[in-house]
Design a protein around this ligand. Structure first.
Ligand code: PMT
Length: 402
């Protein structure tokens, strides 16, 4: 993920406290954040909070003489890759729609050369007020991107549309905003997480896959413009925004879910750590101790990736290989056996459950090692490689829905 220079405008709404968390998330992701605040925003949160979180001076007035030439109203947005106003009040949206320049935030918006994103936050009646909706339509027509608002309970005690999106969702949407749309028009089907094969009513066979790698890939494909369906084993992770998720438990459930969706897929990515076996003699009740160890009888599960890759109209298939040793030899043998054009190899003991991963991509052209990176960055690198393969592939990757 590239480092972005983000200019954050905070206007006066209760949601201003959430913007502090937004700054924390962006800084954690490695971005540079400069904050500008309206006078009203300073009544909700102090500039000092944003200064501490961003590690940079906070600007609150047009008359700030800290920028070298005294041109804060121009320089701050010229130095940014994006200007995000969150929360954006109804008053701020109205002034932006009119092109007014009566405070630092609106002046920076008018003088900017970078994209402008607004995350509205207001009471539901203020949101639905026709002049407000007219202002929002005007801003969209002017090329401004609007994130949200969300629907739910509001600080005033009412419920409805107008809540500022949660900081995590704004941060996620901004990553997507910057990603080139190399998978636009493609439908991606992914599996992620572990499977759970019951032994009795409460026990089962599973593994330590957290779902982090698969969910990161789902987000990266979405950010690249794809329509994404994620078939997920039990992970406890929230569904990524704008990704359709099907929850499953066992390998057989996952197999059924994938086969029911694959006709709609241009690309299939098998990230899940699918159990190779299920318990044939599982008990519907919790097993009691009898003084004799129970015998667990296993039978092989279907290989989901191999099944999809062998379909007559197979989508472009990407497999993963988690090996404990002999990584590249075993991974290449797996790629050939399962007949997939792209395989991502990683060491099981390092990759499972971790936040970072070191992967090697294997395709017909050879071996492409990637450095150790956070799983989101690994996922974006895999998507870039996948997009290049599809762009140069003779395999038809566009399918029509029957
Ligand atoms: O979830 P995390 O904690 O982030 O960890 C990520 C990961 C380690 C699980 C991931 O990076 C990974 O390596 N996933 C594949 C794990 C695995 O089961 O590898 P495998 O070598 O056993 O399987 C090879 C391929 O066949 C995989 O694409 C797998 O999804 C698929 N498979 C395997 C068995 C089966 N019955 N059906 C399958 O589709």
């Amino acid at each position: 993920m590239s480092v972005r220079r983000i200019l954050l405008g905070v206007t006066g709404g209760v949601a201003a406290y959430k913007s502090a968390e937004l700054v924390r998330l962006w800084i954690k992701a490695g971005h540079e954040v400069t904050v500008v605040m309206s006078e009203a925003a300073c009544r909700f949160v102090t500039p000092l909070t944003f200064q501490a979180l961003s590690g940079r001076p906070v600007y609150t007035t047009l008359w700030d003489d800290r920028p070298q030439n005294g041109m804060a109203h121009i320089d701050l947005s010229r130095a940014a890759d994006v200007f995000v106003i969150a929360p954006a009040t109804a008053d701020c949206l109205a002034r932006l729609a009119q092109g007014r320049c009566d405070d630092l935030i609106t002046t920076l918006a008018a003088a900017r050369t970078c994209p402008l994103v607004v995350a509205p936050a207001m009471n539901r009646q203020m949101w639905e007020n026709p002049p407000n909706l007219r202002n929002v339509r005007q801003l969209i027509e002017d090329g401004v991107t609007v994130f949200g608002p969300g629907t739910g309970s509001q600080a005033c005690g009412e419920t409805g549309p107008g809540r500022m999106l949660e900081p995590e969702e704004i941060a996620e949407r901004l990553e997507g905003f910057f990603t080139p749309k190399r998978l636009a028009g493609k439908r991606v089907l992914l599996t992620a997480g572990p499977t759970f094969e019951p032994i009795d009513a409460v026990r089962g066979i599973t593994n330590t896959s957290s779902g982090k790698m698969g969910y990161a890939l789902a987000r990266a494909c979405r950010d690249a413009g794809a329509q994404v369906t994620l078939v997920s084993g039990p992970t406890g992770m929230p569904a990524p925004v704008e990704v359709s998720r099907i929850d499953v438990q066992t390998a057989q459930d996952m197999h059924h879910a994938v086969l029911s969706q694959v006709v709609n897929a241009d690309i299939f990515i098998g990230v899940a750590a699918v159990a190779d076996y299920h318990v044939v003699n599982k008990s519907e009740q919790k097993l009691k101790k009898t003084g004799k160890a129970p015998v667990i009888e296993l039978a092989e599960n279907p290989d989901i990736l191999a099944t999809v890759a062998s379909l007559p109209a197979a989508p472009f298939c990407v497999g993963f290989a988690a090996e404990s040793h002999n990584l590249l030899d075993f991974a290449e043998a797996k790629r050939r056996r399962k007949n997939v054009p792209l395989l991502v190899a990683n060491l099981a003991q390092q990759a499972m459950g971790a936040d970072a991963n070191e992967v090697t991509l294997l395709d017909d052209a050879g071996i492409h090692p990637l450095p150790v990176m956070g799983k989101d960055a690994v996922a974006h690198a895999i998507v870039r490689h996948l997009a290049s393969l599809i762009e140069t592939s003779t395999i038809p990757s566009e399918r029509t829905t029957e």
